[in-house]
Design a binder for this molecule. Structure first.
Ligand code: TXA
Ligand code: MG
Length: 296
């Protein structure tokens, strides 16, 4: 951890005062606020320009902390929490009354996660509250994997800089609420390893859903660069996305490379859909498809 305890304490004071702080996680940087403070949560939606129908993930200290906010805690969810927390897994369960409705878009479920990053964990510990933590980017744009990415979009925001994120794509979201346990958002942890049903990209013809039982906010056009992203086609004059051959390296580099190409000012970025197998490549393909989907 490259962040000092002094910086952590300072950030925790800001959180406790109802302010926002960007913090690193192993996946992407998060926009943190006190998950028990509805005014602070309102600021998160406002700063991101996030639709109020898209619920937030609540970041917790550990399993016991997360369970405080759950109305149900199925055995299978517990087993996964035991095996993969801290780590890039978000578990959706039925919520109790502790987390304000605004955080969960008035739904009856809550998404819980224990991040595997020492700075994130120290911040949750020092603030003594769970933190909402959407990715620290304006809604619909590429998630930030460095503190600089956050600062580029939000120059006035306090950012805890712990260097580049090691995983690079957002956590796998798994739901245990209402339905057969299944993946709502692919991530580096795959459905087979988790023992749940796979992700299905079928949440309505426009790819979006406002039904919290399915995949709220998993809008088809998401994670998008400013330039148009075209998959598996050549476009003269376009910038081309190259990814490392190793899946973990590719996931770690994906967003920074898309940003770098975007910042050339090009109109068009082209990419080949990677052919690799396994959950990490599945997650990368998912993000590329979303980035290439036309904005609504
Ligand atoms: O890796 C991550 O998960 C990062 C880091 C910062 O923790 N956070 C993140 O948050 O990606 P965000 O808000 O950008 O994405 C959260 C996803 C959204 O697609 C949202 O719709 C879904 O999780 N989600 C949140 N609460 C949910 C719920 N109660 N039921 C179903 N999906 C939910
Ligand atoms: Mg996001």
């Amino acid at each position: 951890m490259t962040v000092s305890q002094r910086e952590i304490d300072n950030a925790a004071r800001a959180i406790n005062a109802g302010e926002l702080v960007a913090f690193p996680t192993e996946t992407v940087y998060g926009l943190g606020a006190d998950a028990l403070n509805k005014d602070a949560i309102r600021k998160v939606f406002a700063l991101k320009g996030r639709p109020s129908t898209n619920p937030l993930i609540v970041h917790c200290r550990g399993i016991a902390h997360a369970r405080m906010f759950a109305a149900d805690w199925p055995d299978h969810a517990h087993d996964l929490a035991n095996r993969f927390w801290p780590g890039p897994l978000t578990i959706v369960v039925r919520k109790n009354a502790f987390i304000p409705p605004i955080a969960t878009a008035n739904g009856d479920t809550v998404a819980l996660r224990v991040p595997a990053n020492d700075t994130a964990r120290a911040l949750i510990e020092a603030a003594s509250v769970p933190l909402v933590g959407p990715s620290a980017n304006p809604s619909g744009t590429i998630s930030p994997t460095t503190a600089q990415h956050v600062q580029d979009a939000f120059p006035d925001l306090l950012v805890l800089d712990d260097g580049p994120c090691t995983t690079g794509v957002e956590s796998t979201v798994v739901t245990f609420a209402h339905v057969t346990p299944r993946v709502l958002r692919p991530g580096v942890l795959g459905h087979e390893e988790l023992g749940v049903a796979p992700f299905e990209a079928t949440s309505g013809s426009d790819g979006s859903s406002s039904d919290p039982k399915t995949s709220p906010g998993l809008f088809k056009s998401h994670y998008a660069p400013r330039a148009r992203l075209v998959l598996d086609q050549d476009v003269p004059g376009a910038e081309r996305l190259h990814l490392p051959d190793n899946a973990a390296d590719a996931a770690r580099e994906l967003y920074a490379r898309l940003r770098a190409l975007d910042s050339t000012g090009t109109d068009t970025i082209v990419a080949n859909t990677p052919k690799g197998t396994g959950p990490i490549w599945d997650a990368i393909r998912d993000r590329l498809r979303r980035a290439a989907a036309p904005a609504d």
